[in-house]
Design a protein around this ligand. Structure first.
Ligand SMILES: [Cu+2]
Length: 163
C-alpha cells in the first residue's frame, strides 16, 4: 500500500504543474432514468498505470437504482473508492463494496476528496486530451458505455488522491 500511496501523491503533484488544456463543452449521457455527467479520468503521473475517475450520476426517475459495476476499456480493473477524513485531519481512502445506491430524484457525485473511481492497470500511456471508453452497469438502467476524457479535475485536486 505504501507504493500506491507514494504513486498517488505523485499523481497529485504532477497534476498541479499541468497547463489547462482547452476543452469542449462538458459531455453528458443518459440511460433509462440515469443521467451521467462529465465523466473524466485524471491524467496519470508519468509512467503510472493507475489514476482516478470522476463523474456525476443523477436519477431523474422515481425508482431507486444502483451502480453495480464499472470497467474501463484498456484498464485491468476499476474499484469504487471513498476518501474519508479521520480524526486529526488524516485522509484515508477505502474501497466501497456492493455498489453505490442512486436514490430516486437524487444525485451521486464522484469528485476529488470524496467518492471516486480507481482505475488500475491502464495499458497505454494517457495524456490530457485522450479518452477511454468507460462502461457503467446499473441494476435498473442497465449497461452504458460513455467516453471518459483525460482531464485534470477542476475541484479540490489537492485532496483528491490522499490515502
Ligand atoms: Cu482511490
Amino acid at each position: 500500500m505504501r507504493f500506491l500511496f507514494t504513486l498517488l501523491l505523485s499523481v497529485a503533484a504532477a497534476s498541479a504543474v499541468h497547463l489547462t488544456a482547452p476543452r469542449a463543452a462538458a459531455h453528458d449521457y443518459a440511460s433509462g432514468s440515469i443521467r451521467i455527467g462529465h465523466p473524466i479520468l485524471a491524467p496519470p503521473a508519468n509512467g503510472s498505470d493507475v489514476t482516478a475517475g470522476y463523474l456525476t450520476l443523477r436519477n431523474v426517475g422515481d425508482t431507486p437504482d444502483r451502480l453495480i459495476g464499472v470497467s474501463v476499456v484498456g484498464a485491468a480493473r476499476v474499484e469504487i473508492h471513498e476518501t474519508v477524513e479521520l480524526d486529526g485531519g488524516v485522509m484515508r481512502m477505502q474501497r466501497i463494496e456492493g455498489g453505490v445506491p442512486i436514490p430516486a430524484g437524487g444525485m451521486v457525485t464522484f469528485a476529488p476528496g470524496g467518492r471516486h473511481l480507481m482505475v488500475i492497470g491502464i495499458a497505454e500511456t494517457l495524456r490530457e486530451g485522450d479518452a477511454l471508453p468507460l462502461v457503467l452497469e446499473f441494476a435498473r438502467a442497465g449497461r452504458v458505455e460513455v467516453e471518459a476524457g483525460v482531464e485534470r479535475p477542476a475541484l479540490g485536486s489537492r485532496r483528491g488522491h490522499t490515502h
